[in-house]
Each structure stands twice: as C-alpha cells, then as structure tokens.
Design a protein around this ligand. Structure first.
Ligand code: SDX
Length: 428
C-alpha cells in the first residue's frame, strides 16, 4: 500500500498521507486539504465514507460481522464476562483484576444515590412521558446536583465523574420506569451486584420481598454487554461532538440519549416490537409487510433490519436470537411475535431486495422480545439500550478528551442565495 494519495484538481496534483490502523484500515489524512487546495473541502452526507477520529476502543468489520471491544471478541465477552467487567474494559482499556473490579464497584456504590430533589423533576413529568425524554432530561439535570463533575480535565476528576454517572444512571433508569408505572421510587442494595441491583430497583414490589431471578439476571447482563459500545455510531458521535466543546460528561451523555432515541437508531428496538405486534394484529401476513418494506412509495421499513456498517449478520443479533429462545424457554413464555420475527427474518434473508442490499437482522431485531419476556414495558426498550451503551459513551468521551481532540466543526457547501441588496419593508 503506498504511503500517500494523490488528488488532481485543475491539473494540479496534491498528495495526502495515508494512515493505516492496527486492523489495516486505511484512511486519507485530509487535515491539510483546504489550505493546500485554496479552499476545496469534501462532502459526505451521513459520513458514510468519512472517519471522525482514530480510536482504540471498538473494532467492527462489517463485511465479516466482527465486533471486538479493546481486542476481545464480543462472543467471548458475552459468554465469559459480566457487564461491569466489560464497562471497566471499555473505559480503562484492559480487563480488570479482581481487586481492580472490586474497587471500581465499591467506588460506584458510593455514588449510587440521587439527590431527593431529582424526584421533584420526575414527579413533574406526566406518566405518559416517553422514558427516553425523561432520562435525557434527568441525566442533564445531574449536572446541577454534581457541579464538581462539570469542568473535568484531569483523569482523576474524570474518574470521579465516571463512577458518579455509573452509580446514578441505573437509579434514573429504574425511577423512570417506576414513575410510568406509578410505583414507588426506591433504591437497591449495596450487597447486590451491579446488574442485580438494577433489576431489584426496577422490579421490587413495595409489599413483598424481592427474589432475584437468575434467568433475568443473566439475560440482562448479556444484553447490556452486547449494547456496550459500537464505535462511531450516531449517538456515540453525538457524545464525542458535544464533548468536544468541553461540555460536561453528563451533558454529553444526555445528548447521546437523545440521538439514540430515534427509530433509525436505538429507538428501533421499540419500533421492531410495534411492527411485530402490528403484523400479528393484521393476521401475521409477513409477505404483506415485506412488500411494504420494498415499496419505494411506502415509508415503511423493516425495523431491526439493515445496518450502516454490517453487510453481514450483526454478530450481536446472532447471540440475542439464541438468547431469546433460551430465555423464553426458561421462563416458559410462549410469545407468538418471536415466531413472526423468525418468519420475517427467514423470508428477508432469501428475498432478492434484501439480499442485494445486504440487509440483515441487527441488534434491535430480537432484543425487544427478551425485554418483553422480562416484563419491561416497550417504551423502556431504548432506555435499556442506553443503559448498556453508557460505558461505551463514557469510554469514547474520555478518549476524545484525553487525546485533546479539537472542537467538532464540519464545513459545508453553501447552495443558497448569493449576495442581494436589502429591500425596505414598504417596498416589498
Ligand atoms: C442501530 O451505527 C450503529 O452502529 C448503530 C447500532 C449501534 O449499536 O449503535 O448498531 C444500533 O442503530 C442499529 C440500526 C437500527 N435501525 C433500524 O433497524 C431501522 C431500520 N434500518 C434502516 O433504517 C437502515 O438500515 C439503517 C438506518 C440502519 C442504515 O441506513 P443506511 O446505512 O443509511 O442505508 P440506506 O438507508 O441508504 O439504505 C440502503 C438501501 C436503501 O434502498 P435503495 O435506496 O438503495 O433502493 O437499503 C434500503 C434503503 O431503502 N433499506 C431498507 C432498510 N434498510 C435499508 N429497506 C427496507 N427496510 C430496511 N430496514
């Protein structure tokens, strides 16, 4: 591979260095493009061909369906690690020792309370408020209750802000769900594991002793690991962009939650269940909905299908599909929409439209089926995605800040009116 790329404009040649990553990905470094060419820039809607940064956190190979966190295969982490271990790995770069993990968890436990005044904010929301809007608001509001976490520059101050949000975010997630259900806003127990504690806060009933269900615990732990990071997706790029202005970690995370909410992104897991329910209500005619998905005149898309990077099976979808069968079997739950999902997937995987466009089930296609079997309301599905993605967002924000990346400020190509004289109102 040569070391440079040559661009010729108006007969003049310009050379730009090629950079190669540890997985042999090659990029043209165009940092000097505008200066070297007298103002020429690039344009790439959706950044389909444009890298925003060099990162050492997550590697994807979309053609081969590979996903690795800090070099570890997602299949190994989902099977052999737990969520807090994976959070540590993403944020600090290596799998923790027992002592490191214990200290990390203890530091998080010390921060797993939320100012009582936050309950007043939650109470102000209508029960019908979408939990993603509540969660984004509460996450940003945490800045007001934790002013020391706003302007953090040192790794030490970052660590304090990181354990704060890892301690408080699960409380906000649980309280957001319980508010919508009219349930008391409670706390878990410091004697429980990180994910056990989340389940206790979400599902404990006021008038009965809470009993952990290992099936739910293992299922949620695996789902959170599978959602933990995914390189420069829409919401992570948003967290990095907002953080590049040196906005606080909590404010940057709040913006990531808002980006994740969209149905083309994390909101797809809720949209998938609503789509499967609609197909069931409509009599289960998957062929009719496949036709709608292929009809250019119809805005309907097969939610949970397709991916900007994966042009092969999303490795997470493979793992979640197996887990869905296991969890529903273990729970003794018969869910007809799982059969509809499988039918839809097998039809799409042999349909020329989907095959030609390399559209495969993605992480959102089966995850909602497990969340529903666990008793999580459909409006909470994307909140669960955010809970999983939290350590990835934190790791990416931290990497961007420690690498002292410049403030994000893309250029544009102006296509509006050229200069025109002002016409006074009375003459218009
Ligand atoms: C996530 O980026 C990440 O890493 C995201 C994520 C993460 O972990 O952070 O993996 C999580 O967001 C997964 C994606 C969840 N979204 C959905 O399931 C929504 C449905 N999917 C699509 O909207 C779409 O596939 C996207 C948004 C996921 C990807 O869109 P792209 O890369 O911009 O591709 P495109 O819209 O240009 O589609 C290419 C072609 C088009 O047809 P043509 O114009 O070429 O004829 O494929 C078609 C599209 O119409 N197409 C679909 C389709 N997805 C793409 N047609 C029907 N159903 C679909 N789902």
């Amino acid at each position: 591979m040569s070391k440079t790329a040559t661009l010729e404009i108006d007969g003049k040649k310009h050379e730009f260095p090629l950079i190669t990553g540890t997985e042999n990905e090659v990029a043209i470094d165009i940092k000097t493009l505008r200066a070297a060419t007298g103002g020429v820039t690039t344009i790439d809607p959706g950044y389909k061909n444009t890298g925003s940064c060099e990162s050492a956190i997550t590697f994807l190979n979309g053609e081969e369906g590979i996903l690795r966190y800090r070099g570890y295969a997602i299949e190994d982490l989902a099977e052999k690690a737990d969520f807090l271990e994976v959070a540590y790995l993403l944020i600090f770069g290596d799998l923790p020792t027992t002592e490191q993990l214990e200290k990390f968890h203890n530091d998080i436990k010390e921060e797993s309370h939320v100012d009582e005044d936050v309950k007043k904010i939650i109470e102000a929301f209508p029960k019908s408020a979408h939990p993603m809007g509540v969660l984004s608001s509460l996450t940003s509001a945490l800045t007001a209750f934790n002013p020391s976490s706003v302007n953090v520059d040192s790794e030490e101050d970052m660590y304090k802000a990181i354990v704060k949000i890892l301690g408080k975010f699960p409380v906000l997630v649980a309280w957001t769900m319980r508010k919508s259900q009219g349930q008391p806003l409670n706390y878990g127990s410091k004697n429980l594991g990180y994910v056990e504690n989340i389940l206790k806060m979400m599902f404990e009933k006021p008038n009965e002793d809470y009993k952990q269900n290992d099936i739910l615990l293992n299922a949620l732990d695996k789902l959170l690991i599978l959602h933990a990071d995914h390189e420069q997706n829409c919401s992570t790029s948003t967290v990095r962009m907002v953080g590049s202005s040196h906005a606080s970690l909590f404010a940057s995370l709040s913006s990531g939650i808002s980006a994740l909410w969209g149905p083309l992104h994390g909101g797809a897991n809720q949209a998938v269940l609503e789509m499967l329910e609609a197909i069931k209500e409509d009599g289960g005619d998957t062929k009719k909905f496949m036709a709608k998905a292929k009809d250019k005149e119809d805005p309907f898309r097969l939610m949970g299908f397709g991916h900007r990077v994966y042009k092969n099976f999303d490795p997470r979808a493979k793992i979640i599909k197996v887990a869905a069968d296991e969890v529903l079997g273990d729970l003794g739950v018969e869910d007809p929409v799982l059969d509809i999902a499988k039918g839809l997937a097998s039809e799409a995987l042999s349909d020329e439209y989907f095959v030609k466009r390399k559209l495969y089930p993605n992480v959102d296609f089966y995850s909602g089926i497990i969340y529903r079997a666990m008793g999580i309301p459909v409006e909470m599905f994307t909140v669960m995605f955010a809970l999983g993605r939290l350590p990835g967002w934190i790791a990416q924000w931290k990497e961007m800040r420690l690498r002292k990346e410049p403030i994000g400020r893309p250029r544009q190509v102006y296509i509006g009116e050229t200069h025109r004289e002002f016409t006074p109102l009375e003459k218009r």
